[in-house]
Ligand binder design. Structure first.
Ligand code: BES
Ligand code: MN
Ligand code: ZN
Length: 496
């Protein structure tokens, strides 16, 4: 699907030949003399349309409009959030109607936020999964024109960023949705290699032997119950000088989480194919980096394996030794995410990162705490936490900061190792983060628990591609500060 940005007011938009015209109407729209504005005003007067977000008025062959279908969509106050809701509703209503060419006319006072929201919401709503259907009927949309009344140059940057982000989000969704017999650790490694080749990234994919040499006893313990060989994926994007410290993204890549010996109940266990969503979000973010080529360095690290029960699987009570040297008592084999992430966090030290962000479908407790609206965000660094929160707001991919008080780590104490892999049930997402924090002391660190946001269950079951939007926005925001962060450090070194 192609996006283009054009300068059109609603009168121009009415003259464009396309399969459907979506016109966003705000509450304070003054109302022009073009046919669509008149229709909206008439319908408002008679009580058939309200410009509230999500409200639609659908029409067919309107006099003076070149497009066959017209959807007037209420956009409330015209903010990004309202535009997102309006576009979701309108594009949703046009699905399966054979619309290939779509024009979306934004309100007169649309800002960058509205442009970003229109692009990402269109991509999101029109996505169709086909990878494992025998009669694939994919996305109908081929060309989408976003029309802004003001000059396009003002919105070009926001538009391009949104378009690149949408590609990354879709890449993550597609991987997330693949069944676990296809999306194996090996496949994730191959996808990373393919991506690296196409986009010019550096990429290394390590197997069991190399991981053993690195001393990743914790990661290896999780993989032990599976016939699928583990993979440890390292991707490197270079958009700035080598001397510039990279941001490192670490993604949980459990391609299926049965719980292991501490096996999960059968209902909804299929959803544990989404337990590699953190990994998918790292790959999706790299896909977007390839499109956007920002001026900074980024490393992606993905530990990938299955968590299955087997005669050789790790058991409750086992004590394992992590790459950091810390010993871990496994009290619940279903708390496996932290066991693969801790070794990846130790590995990240070698990049002398300016920040490390791990992304993981880590705890059911986070779903209970925040649901599917906001990802849980934990950070040892206030500036990093603020940057992630702001990025999430700007990308309509929200997160919420959670606490890391040391008292929450009490439950992780054990008589038989340095730390246990589970605390009690209270504040389960926080104790998981406290566990990870023990391995992330050498750099500014943040952890995103995306257990509630990475996929939807029920009838709309499927990957959301979150938090690729947040991550890309965060990385784009770091371009200037990446260069700035380098300068004072050099000065300090010279002064010594
Ligand atoms: N992948 C799960 C987390 C999860 C559970 C995500 C449900 C989405 C929905 C993770 O590996 C897990 O099993 N966590 C356990 C931890 C517990 C044993 C301390 C959990 O949340 O139940
Ligand atoms: Mn688990
Ligand atoms: Zn898991």
């Amino acid at each position: 699907m192609d996006f283009e940005l054009k300068t059109f007011d609603l009168a121009d938009a009415c003259r464009q030949k396309c399969d459907a015209l979506v016109a966003l109407v705000t509450e304070d729209a003054s109302g022009g003399a073009d046919p669509v504005s008149r229709l909206a005003q008439d319908a408002r007067k008679s009580g058939d349309f309200e410009p509230k977000p999500g409200k639609l008025l659908q029409a067919w062959r309107v006099d003076g409009v070149a497009a066959k279908r017209v959807v007037i969509a209420g956009a409330g106050d015209g903010s990004g959030k309202r535009v997102q809701a309006a576009v979701q509703a309108a594009v949703g209503a046009l699905r399966t109607k054979g619309v290939k060419r779509l024009l979306i006319a934004l309100p007169a006072d649309a800002g960058d936020e509205a442009v970003r929201a229109a692009v990402t919401a269109t991509a999101e709503t029109s996505y169709v999964y086909v990878a494992t259907k025998s009669k694939p009927e994919g996305r109908e949309l081929e060309r989408v024109t976003i029309a802004v009344p003001a000059s396009v140059t003002a919105h070009r940057q926001a538009f391009d960023a949104a378009r690149g982000t949408a590609v990354g989000i879709e890449f993550a969704r597609e991987l997330g949705n693949l069944p676990p017999n296809l999306a194996t650790p090996t496949r994730l490694g191959e996808e990373a290699k393919k991506l690296a080749k196409a986009q010019g990234f550096r990429c290394e994919v390590l197997g069991p032997k190399e991981v053993e040499k690195l001393g990743m006893g914790s990661f290896m313990a999780v993989a032990r119950g599976s016939e699928e060989p583990l993979r440890f994926i390292v991707l490197q994007y270079r958009g700035a000088a080598d001397s510039q410290a990279p941001v490192v993204l670490v993604g949980k890549g459990i391609t299926f989480d049965s719980g292991g010996i501490s096996i999960k109940p059968a209902p909804e266990m299929d959803e544990m194919k989404f337990d590699m969503s953190g990994a998918a979000s790292v790959l999706g973010t790299f896909r977007a980096l390839g499109e956007l080529k920002p001026k900074l360095n980024v490393v992606g690290i993905i530990p990938a394996c299955e968590n299955l029960p087997d005669g050789r699987a790790m058991k409750p009570g086992d004590v394992i030794t992590s790459m950091s040297g810390q010993t871990i008592e496994v009290l619940n084999t279903d708390a496996e995410g932290r066991l693969i992430l801790c070794d990846a966090l130790t590995y990240a030290e070698r990049f002398k990162p300016r920040a490390v962000v791990d992304i993981a479908t880590l705890t059911g407790a986070c779903v209970i705490a925040l649901g599917g609206v906001r990802s849980g965000m934990f950070s040892s660094d206030d500036a990093l936490a603020r940057a992630l929160q702001d990025a999430g707001d700007a990308a309509f991919d929200l997160c919420w900061r959670m606490p890391l008080d040391d008292e929450y780590a009490e439950g992780l104490k054990t008589n038989f190792a340095d730390v246990a892999n589970v605390g009690g049930r209270p504040a389960g997402s926080v104790t998981a983060a406290k566990f990870l924090q023990r391995f992330a002391g050498k750099y500014p660190w943040a952890h995103l628990d995306i257990a509630g946001t990475a996929w939807k269950g029920g009838g709309a079951k499927g990957s959301t591609g979150r938090p690729v939007g947040l991550l890309v926005q965060y990385l784009l925001s770091q371009q200037d500060s990446a260069a700035a962060a380098k300068a004072p450090r050099r000065k300090a070194a010279a002064a010594r």
